[in-house]
Design a protein around this ligand. Structure first.
Ligand SMILES: [Zn+2]
Ligand SMILES: [Zn+2]
Length: 512
């Protein structure tokens, strides 16, 4: 139960850490709104006083409790964007219009309850995903709260990114923002896509079958569009499991909400399926064949042709559990959220008084609150489940003491063969150290003027370099291959036309 005199407060029921979804109860003026319902068990919600529920997007972590909540409390209004309602297949949802379709008459947005207004903005990440700005008009002043849900500033094949322009200068009193990737920085979206296609092409040289485990909603469809676009003309069969196929059909239903180029593409052909051109994209069940099998469940592999040369491709978080299957396994990466730079950029653009970080591992979120550029300007909070965060609004902004220092000063000692870097032992106090120092090996790479250190994990040591040694050590994956010719100074093949599967001693992988 929220027991607070403040006009604005937030009680986290789940913050999207680990397997938990997101579910936050916020007080805005006299109203209590539930932001997302990612709880598996909704029984705790039934004792709370709630005026309405907002569902930011259709991912399970944000929506899985909605149906049960509606059954238990059919009178409780549940709000979402139109595409979210389609993707979820729930007709109990009340659709809020996008902010740019609102007339001048209601600059504050839709009036949900007397004095409480809401405007929604596309948040990138997944079609239908929306950030919501609440405005409560109190007797003395108005109060504003912006909740991003999951968001992504970059465009993807299925979404246009969250527009900073639309939100610039909105200066909400409170911003509740996801910090899934902490302060990590990622390569530009296009580079990630190119690297992924390159990885898949390299794998296809040695493996005629790839079982590819993908998140069923959003990323699966995006990968289909990516393969169709970047591998056009390539003789390749792609098989798509039933869960993905069903959701592809739902995406077609929200075609008007997809980017213009996708709508144009889909005008004279099927968006996801192709039974004539290459690559072919086929429905389940697969006929005995090779190619790429997009799956959402590892148990599906048991029913698939088990070929000795098959490879399993999984998201990094599934690598550990998948290696138990005994198949050769590799991970792939395609980001789904804004990275640390994007999160900071959003905050600086809208300049809220309070910032609450949710969604992501506690250490990643703590990295964000540790950023000097943020904690010197905004009041930062890391809500934990069951603890009420009061969000008093005022002109006096008392700077909280800076959070525990998260940078470490060290020393360099350069020898002729080796360079030693010494760091204080307190670096090992962070829970991430164990994973980092797993094997005692590190990898260093330049990023601008900075040298980034990364721990090499045992599983990486077991899977990836071995693969380079065994499977991928061929001209097709070599940095020196240009237009089918070898350009290596050292290679006896220099200047010759080589086959992709050829190999020589001066091989250097283009994958690392
Ligand atoms: Zn999501
Ligand atoms: Zn999420």
């Amino acid at each position: 139960m929220i027991a607070s005199n403040a006009e604005l407060s937030c009680l986290a029921l789940a913050t999207g850490q680990g397997d938990e979804g997101v579910c936050l109860l916020v007080q805005i003026g006299v109203y209590r709104i539930l932001l997302d319902c990612g709880l598996r068990d909704i029984s705790n919600l039934l004792e709370l006083e709630i005026d309405g529920v907002w569902c930011s997007h259709a991912h399970r972590h944000h929506s899985q409790g909605l149906e049960a909540l509606h059954t238990a409390l059919p009178q409780l209004p549940l709000y979402s964007s139109s595409a979210t309602a389609i993707l979820l297949g729930l007709d109990s949802l009340i659709i809020l219009p996008w902010q740019n379709s609102l007339g001048e008459r209601s600059p504050l947005g839709t009036e949900l309850y007397p004095g409480l207004y809401a405007r929604i903005f596309p948040a990138g990440h997944l079609p239908g995903a929306a950030a919501i700005l609440f405005t409560y008009q109190g007797s003395d002043r108005s109060y504003t709260l912006l909740y991003t849900g999951d968001f992504f500033i970059s465009n993807t094949r299925l979404t246009e990114g969250l527009s900073l322009n639309d939100l610039r200068g909105s200066r909400p009193d409170v911003l509740i923002v996801e910090g899934s990737y902490g302060t990590t920085r990622y390569a530009h979206r296009r580079q990630q896509e190119n690297a992924l296609v390159q990885q898949v092409n390299a794998l296809l040289i040695e493996h005629n079958t790839i079982y590819w485990l993908v998140p069923e909603l959003g990323q699966a469809q995006e990968i289909l569009l990516l393969l169709r676009g970047q591998m056009a003309g390539q003789r390749l069969e792609i098989w798509v499991d039933k869960h993905i196929a069903d959701l592809c059909d739902r995406f077609i239903q929200c075609l008007p909400e997809l980017p213009n180029n996708i709508q144009n593409f889909a005008r004279d052909r099927s968006l996801f399926w192709d039974d004539r051109g290459w690559p072919r994209v086929n429905h389940w069940p697969p006929t005995p064949a090779s190619g790429i099998f997009l799956i959402t469940d590892l148990t599906a592999i048991a029913q698939l042709p088990s070929l000795a040369t098959a490879l399993l491709l999984v998201p990094p978080q599934d690598l550990e559990s998948s290696t138990k299957l005994g198949l050769r396994t590799q991970s792939y990466f395609l980001s789904e959220h804004s990275d640390g730079a994007g999160t900071a950029q959003l905050i600086h653009n809208i300049r809220p008084q309070h910032v609450l970080f949710v969604h992501g591992s506690p250490t990643y979120l703590a990295d964000l609150t540790g950023l000097e550029e943020l904690h010197s300007r905004y009041q930062l909070h890391l809500p934990s489940v069951g603890n009420l965060v009061e969000l008093p609004i005022g002109d006096t902004f008392l700077h909280a003491p800076p959070p525990t220092e998260s940078t470490y000063e060290g020393e360099l000692a350069a020898g002729s063969q080796l360079i030693h870097i010494s760091l204080p032992a307190t670096v090992a106090d962070d829970p991430r150290w164990q994973h980092f120092a797993d094997t005692g090996l590190v990898e260093a790479r330049w990023q601008g003027e900075e040298l980034i250190l990364r721990g090499v994990s045992a599983r990486q040591l077991l899977s990836y370099p071995e693969k380079i040694a065994e499977d991928l050590r061929c001209c097709g994956n070599c940095r020196y291959l240009r237009g089918q010719r070898c350009l290596s100074e050292e290679s006896p093949l220099r200047g010759f036309k080589v086959t992709a599967t050829g190999v020589c001693r001066s091989f250097i992988s283009n994958l690392l």
